[in-house]
Design a protein around this ligand. Structure first.
Ligand SMILES: *[C@@H]1O[C@H](CO)[C@@H](O)[C@H](O)[C@H]1NC(C)=O
Ligand SMILES: *[C@@H]1O[C@H](CO)[C@@H](O)[C@H](O)[C@H]1NC(C)=O
Ligand SMILES: *[C@@H]1O[C@H](CO)[C@@H](O)[C@H](O)[C@H]1NC(C)=O
Ligand SMILES: *[C@@H]1O[C@H](CO)[C@@H](O)[C@H](O)[C@H]1NC(C)=O
Ligand SMILES: *[C@@H]1O[C@H](CO)[C@@H](O)[C@H](O)[C@H]1NC(C)=O
Ligand SMILES: [Fe+2]
Length: 482
């Protein structure tokens, strides 16, 4: 039974939900959306008592290995170059290396091409990975549907993807936003809602914390494999743009594992070299009318560090005539009014916020906090040790900060909030869900947040964004007041 199907009618409700893991029927109490408006903005009290976030058992349908000897599994794709004509296709074979070749062809084309990839393996404590294949398919046509086949040899599987239109200022494009997904029943609801959404997201901007394998004994890397099979139903068909979170670090010297990000970097490749980056943990891509910058909250970021030097050169390169929408992804939020992870993003804010304002970043998406929050357009860049000014103030050049770490992992929701709601916080609610960033043209984009507990088409929060570069100043000041 899907939580989304439940019609909510009264303020308090006693729900009978079958718990699929045990087959039991359990009573649950649901508290209804009571909005509390304070000086800061809206705190939605749509919170469920006893709202468990249970892992799907290891023998669940979503984790099943497809049939066939050495069959490609955990198929996923991401953008493979800077401009959208390349795709990195990755998959795993368990029994033998097999082939790393991808066969691909454009829809309505007789001619099949092939690209040669490679494979790698890694060990983690007493776990040995399967053969992890990565193949970069390059020089595709823009705005074209391609079919592809992997596992040439014994057992083959076919999928498809669509390349984005060539970058341009008024190219409409729709991104999905998901973070901190994990592999619980709630994670499954999040993916299902995204799939069924009428918004029809074309690419997922993923804000970090993928499998949560490190929450299991000995960082059980089998949970990286189950997660890869779980997301395949979307990730094999549309690119997920990866950001590393703290659950990707897998730093465990007590297990003899002291190379940070080993499982993540082995499994999820990104086109970092195409943007002049020296690390897969920070990079950028252009896609349709958006320029997306991925940052690493868990790599050195202070002045003179590789990440700092890269971003310093990267921001002036963004051509807002070609890609008006400038989006930054990072795991740990800069503006967060939940108790959980409160102030963790402060060191990053101190270093980078002034650039976000100077270069008029439109929106910064983050995860980490297992809840949803949207900020007003604020900045806190006036501070110096002498003047003592240290309050976020409305700033029309500042980005909107959106925390969307509510994919549904086993750690559960972050329900405790700092009170009163700070003035920079426009809307906050501790529920699982996903976001949609729908670019209409160079001046307008529509962001909406979908709460899992509603029917999939319901928006619990939404806002029209005016582009920071193309929006008129009048629109900008109106937006600042929202
Ligand atoms: C790894 O070690 C743990 C702890 O000793 C054990 O429970 C687990 O079964 C081992 N896994 C493998 C694949 O050997
Ligand atoms: C899989 O294919 C390889 C190469 O084509 C072949 O050598 C091997 O015997 C096949 N394995 C099985 C189980 O069919
Ligand atoms: C996950 O969601 C899919 C699609 O709604 C459904 O077919 C599947 O049975 C669900 N699996 C579990 C374990 O809830
Ligand atoms: C920015 O992009 C536009 C549109 O693609 C192009 O005409 C212009 O030359 C670019 N500007 C620079 C400085 O590259
Ligand atoms: C951009 O899109 C918005 C929202 O759909 C629309 O109101 C506006 O007229 C569009 N602007 C242009 C120049 O087409
Ligand atoms: Fe996190």
């Amino acid at each position: 039974m899907c939580l989304a199907d439940i019609q909510l009618l009264r303020y308090t409700w006693l729900l009978w939900l079958p718990v699929a893991s045990s087959g039991n029927i359990k009573a649950r109490h649901v508290v209804f959306p009571i909005m509390k408006v304070c000086r800061g903005g809206i705190t939605s009290h749509f919170v469920r008592n006893d709202y468990l976030s249970l892992d799907m058992p290891i023998d669940s349908d979503v984790f099943r290995v497809p049939p066939g000897y050495n069959v490609p599994q955990q198929v996923h794709i991401t953008q493979g170059d800077n401009e959208g004509k390349g795709v990195i296709i990755s998959w795993i074979t368990a029994d033998e290396p097999g082939s790393s070749i991808v066969l691909y062809w454009a829809e309505n084309s007789e001619f099949k091409s092939q690209a040669q990839g490679f494979y790698l393996t890694y060990k983690y404590f007493n776990y040995s990975s399967g053969y992890i294949h990565h193949c970069n398919v390059e020089n595709l046509e823009f705005d074209t549907k391609y079919y592809y086949e992997v596992g040439i040899g014994n057992t083959t599987r076919q999928f498809w993807f669509k390349t984005p239109p060539q970058a341009g200022p008024d190219v409409p494009y729709t991104f999905g936003l998901i973070g901190d997904l994990g592999q619980t029943y709630n994670s499954n609801t999040t993916l299902t809602h995204y799939e069924l959404s009428s918004a029809k997201g074309k690419t997922i901007l993923y804000v970090g914390d993928l499998s949560y394998a490190d929450d299991y004994p000995f960082h059980d890397n089998v949970r990286w494999d189950t997660w890869g099979r779980f997301i395949e139903r979307i990730a094999a068909y549309q690119p997920w743009i990866w950001t590393a979170g703290n659950h990707e670090i897998d730093f465990a010297p007590e297990l003899g594992e002291s190379r940070p990000f080993k499982p993540y970097r082995s499994r999820y490749h990104v086109p970092y070299r195409a943007s002049g980056s020296t690390s897969p943990l920070w990079y950028s891509i252009k896609r349709a009318s958006a320029y997306i910058i991925v940052m690493s909250s868990y790599s050195a970021f202070g002045k003179y560090t590789p990440q700092y030097k890269w971003l310093e050169k990267e921001l002036p390169k963004v051509n807002r005539t070609e890609t008006p929408w400038l989006i930054v992804l990072m795991h740990s939020p800069i503006y967060n009014s939940y108790v959980n992870h409160y102030m963790e993003g402060e060191p990053v804010r101190a270093v980078y916020e002034k650039w976000f304002v100077e270069y008029k970043v439109d929106v910064v998406f983050a995860g980490h906090v297992h809840a949803y929050e949207r900020s007003k357009r604020v900045s806190n860049i006036e501070y110096n040790i002498v003047n003592g000014l240290c309050r976020p103030t409305n700033n029309p050049s500042a980005p909107i900060y959106i925390t969307i770490g509510d994919g549904g992992n086993l750690e559960g929701l972050a329900t405790a909030m700092t009170e009163p709601q700070p003035s920079y916080s426009a809307f906050r609610e501790a529920s699982f869900g996903h976001g949609i960033f729908d670019i209409k043209n160079r001046s307008h984009a529509y962001f909406s947040w979908n709460r899992n507990q509603d029917g999939y088409a319901v928006e619990a929060d939404s806002i029209w964004l005016r582009n920071r570069y193309w929006g008129s100043s009048e629109e900008a000041s109106l937006a600042a007041l929202r």
